[in-house]
Design a protein around this ligand. Sequence first.
Ligand code: 17E
Ligand code: FE2
Length: 420
Amino acid sequence: MYDLLLRHCRLLQTDQTIAEVDIAVEQGKISAIAPHLPGNAKITLDIHKHLVSPPFVESHLHLDSALTAGEPRWNQSGTLFEGIEIWRERKQNLSLEDVKQRAIATLKQQATQGVLFVRSHVDVSEASLTALQALLEIREAVKSWITLQIVAFPQDGFYGSSQTEILVEKALDLGADVVGGIPHYELTREDGVNSVHQIFALAQKYDRLIDIHCDEIDDEQSRFLEVVAACAIRSGLGSRVSASHTTAFGSYNNAYATKLMGFLQRTQINFIANPLINITLQGRTDTYPKRRGITRVKELWQQGLNVSFGHDCVQDPWYSFGRGNMLDVAFMGLHVCQMTGIAEIDACYDMITRNGAKTLNVEAEYGVEIGKPANLIVLDAKDRYDAICRRSTVCYVIAQGKLLARTEAPRPHWYGTAVC
Ligand code: 17E
Ligand code: FE2
């Protein structure tokens, strides 16, 4: 007797082919997958040939600032830098309860829409480390249904104050999973370069992953990605390193970009693009033509580098919109990056699922395969293209073998007259 049996699934398998199968779950794990499984289960669901997929992976989010749009004021210029200033005001009156309540609301919203793995940056620029404490508690409180990774992120700069470097290290001591940074926002280029070296040293000392906000600016002279690449090559940390945003890469001249691409291929580092946010924040100093302000997603993907898409913001000082839906992210990503060929559309789906799992280093527990934890979602869709095209409803979310959320797909009733 199975704990849970899903009948008539269209399963997106690890090799990306789709198979019509039944899926059985026992003790939180996937115990059988076959075209027709005999036997009974405590709970049986008829999936009606809907798409069954591994869950969405949110590889880049800021949970500490989520759901604060308009507090204390609206971002009028729409720039990254005004966002940082507004957040600096807002974060002066954070409490544990305030952060926890907004973070949990955001995680529930995401999980309901099929996200079961999240990497969140948390600002560690304030001496109290309130936001970090809140997210450490939340990571523990949600672990039976969502895997949360926390990045120690010094929003005001690694050298933003004389204390910040120490605060980043303290955050790692307290249990942050990932070391973060923001080299393009340091006072000088030299500070930016030094911060990257320091981030790698801390990652090695504490045995943590690295995820750097890198070159999130339209300045074609912002070249910290090459520093990250050099450190990754020399340290051998490679796949444990992520470069987030890298929007300046979209503005580099092709001669430099081509050389850099060759170096990047030697690194195995992961790239995270945030299309909803960067199409909105970047290009603000341009008149016309106005840049798209996104990294070279298509070319990185064509070169075989691992790229994922993140949401980045849910209603915060940088971006007042966002409902935590990863299909919205993929939809914007394929527009902004012009990835409209069918293989490219499928790749954009991979960027919100398995590529993100690779970035988070959770591949061992990710994927709908026998023996793995039963984390999966059922979409009101036939395939990856259909899911993105219609931003399909995630009808069932199964987390660690248990039904976590159910949403009915909208079924409009037509009362107009028939046309023919
Ligand atoms: N902070 C930052 O430096 N960049 C961003 N895109 C957000 C916060 C959302
Ligand atoms: Fe970010």
